[in-house]
Design a protein around this ligand. Structure first.
Ligand code: ADP
Ligand code: TRP
Length: 322
């Protein structure tokens, strides 16, 4: 059985773009593989959240994942910072990581180009990510296409380490998540917390409704034919409607005579129906924080014992300790 590992940054409330683009796929991978998922709170520190924000958001992501179907009996789920061994491993790996490899990372270069004044954590981010992956001898790392380069960097670092010190680390494969579902945000751009155009998975139904009803559409009159492939509301419909219903709406669009208002109303209903069972579970968890903390504690214990073993082997291989 392959070990599938991925980290989720607790950098804001999870939105339906995260759900359809990543979370749903993470959860699907649990059944046939050994799932290892964690809250990347060390990584989130690179954008300097306040202590309260970081703690609160981390717990929220955990509750979101459990409510959405994380199998707490099978999948190992923990908070990155509960396994501090990864930071020691990151240091050791950083000593076999050429500067140039990190300087070429586009996610770092993009942030600098946007005018962000980078801290060292942001520069060293991919090395910590490599430590996350290598500490647990992960085989598959499901990530969005934007993270592919970081997995290549991980493979490169692991190979360099093994060349210097012997075959200690497992070289992971990347696993690029299905990009079919790039979910549009309220303004038509990709839904992203950085664009402030999101629908959060667990925001109140009334607010989901308000947002969808106000989504931007073009000004094609009701009677004219419309192109479903160019409509943001239609893109949301595709995520939550049955195949037959999508087909029906497709024909109605092309025939003309249907206004965006009616599609919006239907999307609101379907969105509510889709998330309603998860919503109930989410509320239940909020009232049972002890259970949530126990899941994290159990996950941390499992994860930590594996990371400890890897680190002992790594320390021995590089000449640290007795
Ligand atoms: P954000 O853009 O809100 O900061 P992240 O970059 O933290 O989101 O993304 C976390 C995961 O969710 C990634 O795997 C990413 O590919 C996926 N994701 C984010 N936004 C979307 C979207 N609009 N459509 C599809 N997938 C998305
Ligand atoms: N960098 C990833 C992101 O922003 C999060 C992450 C941290 C991660 N460590 C990881 C993903 C290890 C996969 C494996 O989405």
């Amino acid at each position: 059985m392959a070990r599938v590992l991925s980290g989720i940054q607790p950098s804001g409330k999870l939105h339906i773009g995260n759900f359809f683009g990543a979370i749903r796929q993470h959860l699907a991978l649990q059944s046939e593989n050994e799932g290892f998922y964690f809250i990347a709170d060390y990584h989130a520190m690179t954008s300097n959240p306040s202590a309260d924000e970081l703690r609160k958001r981390s717990l929220e992501v955990v509750m979101d994942y459990i409510a959405l179907g994380l199998d707490t009996n099978k999948t190992v789920f923990w908070r990155q910072s509960d396994v501090p061994e990864v930071t020691e491993l990151a240091w050791i790996l950083s000593c076999v990581t050429p500067m140039g490899l990190l300087q070429r990372c586009t996610s770092f270069k993009d942030k600098v180009a946007q005018g962000l004044s980078p801290n060292h954590g942001l520069f060293a981010y991919p090395v910590l990510q490599a430590a996350d992956i290598l500490a647990y001898h992960s085989n598959l790392v499901p990530v969005g296409a934007d993270q592919k380069q970081h997995i290549e960097v991980t493979r490169d670092i692991a190979q360099r380490f093994n060349n210097f010190y012997g075959e200690v680390l497992t070289i992971p494969e990347d696993y690029i998540l299905d990009e079919v579902a790039v979910v549009p945000g309220l303004d038509g751009r990709k839904m992203s917390k950085s664009y402030d155009n999101t629908i959060e998975i667990f925001e109140p139904e009334s607010s989901v409704k308000k947002k969808i009803m106000r989504m931007q559409t073009d000004s094609t009159p009701v009677e004219e034919p419309k192109d479903p492939d160019k409509c943001n509301i239609f893109a949301l419909l595709r995520l939550v409607a049955s195949k037959e219903e999508i087909q029906e709406w497709d024909q109605k669009y092309r025939a003309g005579g249907v206004g965006y208002g009616s599609t919006k109303k239907r999307v609101v209903e379907l969105m509510h129906e889709y998330f309603r069972p998860y919503r109930a579970k989410r509320t239940e968890l909020e009232n049972n924080i002890d259970f949530v903390k126990q899941v994290l504690a159990d996950g941390a214990a499992r994860a930590r014992s594996i990371a400890r073993k890897t680190l002992d082997e790594v320390r021995k291989a590089v000449g640290l300790g007795a």
